[in-house]
Design a protein around this ligand. Sequence first.
Ligand code: F6R
Length: 251
Amino acid sequence: TEVIIVKDEQEAGELYGRCVADLITKNPQAVLGLATGSSPLAAYKALAKIVHDEDIDVSHVRDFALDEYLGLPITHPQSYHSTIERTVVEPLGLDPALVHVPGDVINGAPLSDGRIIQEAGPAYDRAIEEAGGIDVQILGIGTDGHVGFNEPGSSLASGTRVKTLAEQTRIDNARFFGDDVNAVPTHCITQGIGTILKARHLVLLAFGEGKADAIAHTVEGGVSAFCPASALQLHPHATVIVDEAAASKLK
Ligand code: F6R
């Protein structure tokens, strides 16, 4: 795993932005893996700036989101579908028809029957494969080492699947739902660790002291389902971009 220590989120964002802008210039139909959360925000801003400054055509870029809540209408402001639209699709000027979010099939169905729920994950993985695979997957990391909604204990071979949300994650995310834990969905759908490992390049971003333990385990600990992000060690092209604080527990 390649570790790059940067001054701040802006510098990390510029590294991501340059890498993805060059990719799109070479391959206008590039496939991007997108994440929500605070960590990638500066990276999306930096990419949007390069795309506009250099007039890069992104109209054919294809996108797959990492995860989504279940039981929220697609248009709910806290759905990852809406969040990705606000933070990535609109600022970059991507074609919304080429953006896939794993919960769309379930959240968009009038009544989510069991069959739809069971088939949504494998169908999402097939869609990624049919697109030729993800070129660059951006990732954040939880303080407990989670990536996507793959909490500690998730199989490192997992594909996209529906899961119940960990109680701690619901408590942590209540801030986006008026501090009301009961308003936080109970289920989610997430790319699996196995899905994530199939992307050709992984770029994990982490900032702040709160992420230092998780980063140390991810980069220097043993590969273990107890820290799902440690699976990055199994990937031939994984880049971890961190600030000094998040790097502070690396040896
Ligand atoms: C986002 C996601 C989460 C976050 C992680 C870190 O799609 O799946 O795993 O990446 O919780 O969140 P932030 O970046 O807000 O610290």
